[in-house]
Ligand binder design. Structure first.
Ligand SMILES: *[C@@H]1O[C@H](CO)[C@@H](O)[C@H](O)[C@H]1NC(C)=O
Length: 219
């Protein structure tokens, strides 16, 4: 009786651990595995550089040191230090993105399928908001040195709410959080989403859908 209860508990914990494990990057099996971005073998992540050729600079990056240009219709530029620009992150389960926003600039609604996002504002005032599976919107104006967290996978946006430029960093619990921006995932796919899917999804006529598509095709 007692042992069957223990077995059920162990089974439950195993399932819980398996589910938890599936939600984040895998645990590293070694101290480091600096990505060999040129390796021909495709794996989930990247093959490790030979440890003997690993050097200090593999663990250093200036990937987000400079501001990106915000001269675009959204007034935003995301500069990423994910595994593809910072190979030392391979297998470590973390990455960071710098986002520059012009006055009035918007980082349009998007989601990261593989990571939660911890936002820290470095400059200015940013309205950060995310929506839940029941369409509840949580949002807050976040100022210098303040934090806001976006749970994994949920759709979110960042709008410059101040008078000047704004800068924030977004820290992720994945070396490669992924990015899905519904506007582009609907109106700018290759090949194109069938017109019937778009007209029925947005309750729009074909002319309205075409107008939307022509806007997003420009990027
Ligand atoms: C972001 O900034 C970089 C560096 O200034 C620039 O090369 C790139 O075109 C910018 N991206 C967008 C979408 O404006």
């Amino acid at each position: 009786m007692a042992s069957s209860a223990v077995r059920s508990l162990v089974l439950l914990l195993t399932i819980a651990a398996a589910i938890a494990g599936a939600l984040s990057d895998p645990t590293p099996l070694q101290d480091f595995c600096v990505a060999d971005l040129q390796a021909a073998t495709p794996v989930d992540g990247f093959v490790c550089k030979p440890p003997a050729s690993v050097e200090d600079d593999d663990f250093f990056s200036r990937a987000i040191a400079a501001a990106g240009s915000t001269s675009n219709p959204f007034g935003v530029n995301s500069t990423r230090a994910t595994v593809s620009t910072f190979p030392g992150l391979n297998t470590l389960g973390v990455s960071i993105t710098r986002v520059d926003l012009a006055p009035g600039g918007l980082n349009p609604p998007h989601s990261h399928p593989r990571a939660s996002e911890l936002v820290m504002v470095l400059k200015g005032e940013v309205l950060v908001g995310f929506t839940t599976a029941v369409n509840r919107l949580f949002s807050k104006v976040v100022r210098e040195n303040e934090l806001f967290v976006v749970p994994r996978g949920l759709q979110h946006f960042q709008l410059n709410a101040g008078a000047g430029d704004a800068v924030f960093v977004a820290m992720f619990d994945s070396q490669s959080p992924g990015l899905v921006t519904p506007t582009f995932a609907m109106f700018a796919t290759k090949p194109a989403m069938p017109m019937e899917v778009l007209t029925k999804t947005f309750l729009m006529g074909e002319d309205e859908v075409s107008a939307m598509k022509s806007k997003f095709a420009a990027f």
